[in-house]
Design a binder for this molecule. Structure first.
Ligand code: ADP
Length: 407
């Protein structure tokens, strides 16, 4: 079964093609093909690659998102080395949808009703949900009639117990949908499953803290494969310090700024989402590589940005461990989690009191799914590569098989 996965963001669209035959393999396979669109004002950069490397590259003027996506996908069937006979070779298309609200707690086949919910949830995820919906509608136009599946980033956190999910504001907030949803769920769930496999343990018996540290950063406390707490909440702004996002700050600061500086909601949004975090503190960059190299060159604000990042990470990992009542393994994932030996080393050094001990040489080796804790570490430490597209492809396969066993 050939499965196309679209991960549509406001500035990029990642696309992958997977093939799953009788059953998904236990270890993630490489995709047959990958595509990337980077939207840049009135232009788009398109790049596709296969196992042999780059297949196609182009920069085009954007007439519509549909036309750009069409050009990207046409590489699959009209290039000199087509991978597919035509669009009808694609059995199902999966989409990452950031916010499924309270209605969707599992991957689901796209229907008009589902699209309405995704649209309605756009007020809670204004950058992400409209892009996901647009991806669905473009595929409806290009691959008329192909079944589509929505996989939600909020869904894994549906199991948050009420005390973790409900904000201690007025009770009426809950009825209005103002509650903690949590995000990055597709990857947190995947990492928990992958960690169990790498450890050779039953997921049901494990207490895990998964640390998704990319441009956006969040933690999940996972007990027996279920999310019981997480650091992002109503929006992806709560919790850890991030590339350009502040993470949690005293809400009193916001009312102070509203009163004193007469900021609008849009200006506040901009401050907290785009001018804060590593970029806001360092004044250099949102990119952890640049923060670390400036810090090593003696830049005091880069040092402060790194130290706040580690302080907050330590403190929130502690909070997740307390909620779990102990921890068997810590899992580092996403851009920073997979690649920054400095961040892992500094965080784990702070957690030695829990019995966390890194193997320094394993920690500094090239990334792939592996254990990096010392043999005498009471808490195992793992790096797991984020594989959201593969996780979505697997979910599509399961749902497509259940709905149309002949596929
Ligand atoms: P996104 O959340 O947009 O998917 P990624 O998961 O790609 O982002 O993570 C981006 C972050 O990963 C950036 O802060 C980048 O600096 C960091 N990163 C990528 N490679 C490295 C590296 N080798 N060392 C440290 N940080 C890295």
């Amino acid at each position: 079964m050939k499965i196309l996965v679209l991960n549509s963001g406001s500035a990029t669209q990642k696309t992958s093609l997977y093939e799953i035959a009788a059953a998904p393999p236990a270890d993630p396979p490489a995709p047959l093909w990958e595509g990337l669109i980077e939207w840049d004002g009135s232009f788009a950069d398109i790049r596709t690659s296969g196992p042999a490397g780059v297949r196609f590259k182009n920069r085009i003027q954007i007439a519509s998102r549909r036309q750009v996506t069409e050009q990207l996908l046409s590489d699959l069937w009209t290039s000199a080395a087509p991978l597919l006979k035509g669009p009808s070779d694609i059995a199902v298309v999966g989409h990452r949808i950031v916010h499924g609200g309270q209605e969707f707690s599992e991957p689901a086949i796209v229907t008009p009703a589902l699209k309405t919910v995704v649209q309605r949830m756009s007020v809670f995820a204004p950058l992400h949900n409209p892009a996901g919906l647009e991806g669905i509608e473009i595929i409806e136009q290009i691959l008329d009639g192909v079944p589509q599946v929505a996989v939600f980033d909020t869904a894994f956190h549906r199991t948050l117990p009420e005390p973790a999910a409900v904000y201690p504001g007025p009770y009426e907030w809950l009825a209005r949908g103002i509650r903690r949803y949590g995000f990055h769920g597709i990857n947190h769930e995947y990492c928990a499953q992958r960690a169990a496999r790498l450890l050779g343990r039953d997921l049901q018996a494990l207490k895990l803290v998964t640390c998704h540290l990319g441009n956006g950063c969040s933690l999940a406390a996972v007990r027996g494969g279920r999310s019981v707490d997480t650091t992002m909440g109503f929006t992806p702004l709560e919790g850890l310090m991030m590339g350009t996002r502040s993470g949690s700050v005293d809400p009193g600061i916001l009312t102070y700024l509203l009163r004193e500086d007469r900021l609008t909601a849009g200006q506040l949004d901009d401050l907290l989402n785009k001018q804060s975090g590593l970029a806001g503190i360092s004044g250099i960059s949102n990119d952890m590589r640049q923060i670390v190299s400036a810090m090593n060159a003696g830049h005091p604000r880069a040092r402060l940005a790194f130290d706040i990042f580690i302080h907050r990470l330590t403190s929130l990992i502690g909070s997740m461990v307390a909620v779990l009542g102990g921890v068997n393994a810590l899992v580092f994932t996403a851009g920073i989690g997979e690649n920054s030996a400095e961040v892992r080393a500094a965080t784990c050094a702070n957690l030695e009191f829990l019995g966390v001990r890194l193997d320094g040489s394993k920690n500094s080796q090239a990334p792939n799914d592996r254990e990096i804790s010392a043999t005498d570490s009471r808490v195992r430490v793992l790096i797991v590569r984020a594989q959201e597209d593969w996780a979505i492809a697997r979910a599509c396969w399961t749902l497509a098989r259940a709905n149309a066993p002949s596929l």
